[in-house]
Design a protein around this ligand. Structure first.
Ligand SMILES: [Zn+2]
Length: 364
């Protein structure tokens, strides 16, 4: 992209770009920190899946700093999910703590951040700040990754709603009381296959829609996803994934097939893509440009209304897009999106506009 095109973007966005950081263009050279903020300025960024500062762990075994409160503020993000891990104790094989107690303890840590004025709780979509000035607390959307702490009881949906939870990812790494997972974790046995959404799962989904929560189908097996879509739900969220080049589920692991993404899109929902890098014979996903080109493909096949960002920051993604250190590097990603010709409107839709629409339709 040349300088004149950049200037056209600038005036279209009504923001003042820091040209010093942009001229070297685009996705290649790392912009200076002040330019990071400048390129992201004017964007209302919402990350619907992250574990900032790995708050879910008391002592993280491996430090993942791709989403920290500090970086979220530096990037000027409007809101980020703070996802408690519902099945955290599943990974600690000898743990005696229940999923329910573990999740409540994790959520308490977010409440402490709210109390300390470090984040602002998002209970309604109107709570997502339109503008976040430096020093303002960003919005925190409370989430639970894995419906395991519900123990199949729909009344627990109400309980977690009262605690401020607005997104629940139905399954994570266990075939739980609600449904089945699409991938296992390092050989851990996920337990018996339910053959799709269970009766308890149906009740839980129905209750989530009634009280005003977003149903997140990330990690859900294709059959479980189909059963959820069959309930004719409000717009669904698939909070962190990316397209699988084949329809062969055995080769897709945590990637979504186009058929399944079409189902999510049909509900009016959003499929969110992450900075996960890999090299496979049929697909290379290594650079900001690879990640951006994928959005272009999703726009063509699903429509721009159905694509969004979901970083899974703090979730320990094994290999990251080259040059992606934390959410501040979304600036470089935005530069790549511009470079391949996505419009300012497309970029805003991806960076938070579409997720905001899902929040409006699901949580009010
Ligand atoms: Zn996660």
């Amino acid at each position: 992209m040349n300088r004149r095109q950049f200037l056209r973007y600038s005036s279209a966005w009504g923001v003042s770009w820091s040209l010093g950081g942009l001229i070297p263009s685009c996705a290649q050279a790392p912009p200076k920190p002040d330019a990071d903020r400048a390129i992201l300025q004017g964007l209302r960024i919402i990350d619907p899946h992250a574990h900032p500062d790995q708050f879910h762990h008391v002592r993280p075994s491996r430090i993942d700093k791709t989403s920290t409160l500090r970086a979220i503020k530096a990037a000027g993000m409007a809101a980020s999910a703070f996802a408690a891990v519902g099945d955290l104790e599943f990974f600690r094989r000898s743990s005696k703590i229940s999923y329910y107690s573990s999740t409540k303890a994790q959520l308490q840590r977010i409440h402490d951040l709210v109390k300390a004025g470090k984040v602002k709780r998002v209970l309604r979509s109107a709570d997502v700040p339109a503008v976040v000035n430096p020093g303002d607390p960003p919005g925190a959307i409370l989430a639970i990754e894995g419906g395991d702490p519900l123990d199949g009881k729909s009344e627990r949906v109400d309980e977690f709603y009262r605690m401020g939870v607005r997104i629940i990812t139905v399954v994570h790494y266990r075939n739980n009381e609600l449904g089945d997972v699409m991938a296992t974790w390092r050989g851990l046995n996920p337990g018996p296959y339910n053959n799709g959404l269970t009766q308890a799962g149906r009740k839980v989904i129905a209750r989530m829609q009634e009280v005003g929560m977003v149903v997140d189908v990330a990690h859900a097996h294709s059959t479980t996803l189909k059963d959820i879509v069959g309930m004719n739900p409000k717009p669904l969220l698939d909070s962190h994934t990316n397209p699988c080049p084949t329809d062969d589920l055995r080769r897709c692991h945590r990637q979504r097939t186009w058929k399944d993404m079409e189902l999510v899109a049909k509900t009016g929902g959003v499929i969110c893509t992450w900075p996960f890098a890999y090299n496979r014979p049929d697909q290379q996903r290594r650079t900001f440009l690879d990640w951006a080109r994928e959005i272009l493909e999703m726009k063509k096949r699903l429509g721009m209304d159905h694509v969004g960002l979901g970083t899974d920051g703090g979730g320990g993604i094994p290999r990251l897009i080259e040059g992606y250190r934390d959410v501040r590097d979304l600036a470089r990603f935005v530069a790549a999106m511009q470079e391949i010709g996505l419009s300012p409107e497309d970029i805003q839709a991806y960076m938070g506009g579409n997720v905001l629409r899902v929040l409006q339709q699901c949580i009010g």
